[in-house]
Write a protein that binds this ligand. Sequence first.
Ligand SMILES: [Zn+2]
Length: 98
Amino acid sequence: MAAVPLQFLIDEGMRLLAHCLKCGRCVPVDVAPIAAKFGADFPIPHVGKRMRCTRCGSRLVDTMPYWNDKSIRGAPTTFAYPTQLTGEHRSDPLVLRC
Ligand SMILES: [Zn+2]
């Protein structure tokens, strides 16, 4: 099965969930800046290889669709993350902010 491209998230209005495999931190990130950089055809699992966790510095980052967005569509989530993360990707959109 082919890896799902970023376009899937754009179509579904979902974010990307970045999961640091070293320290366990999970952060949902906006897809738009990532798709702008790598293209909408870029496979979702490959994004993690370009990311780095800002908490522990690990490059072992897993990326997957943020399925919570599928059901709640912009509503507040039960997932705890800093609200300032959304849309705040000024210089480097591929840094996993924790
Ligand atoms: Zn980490």
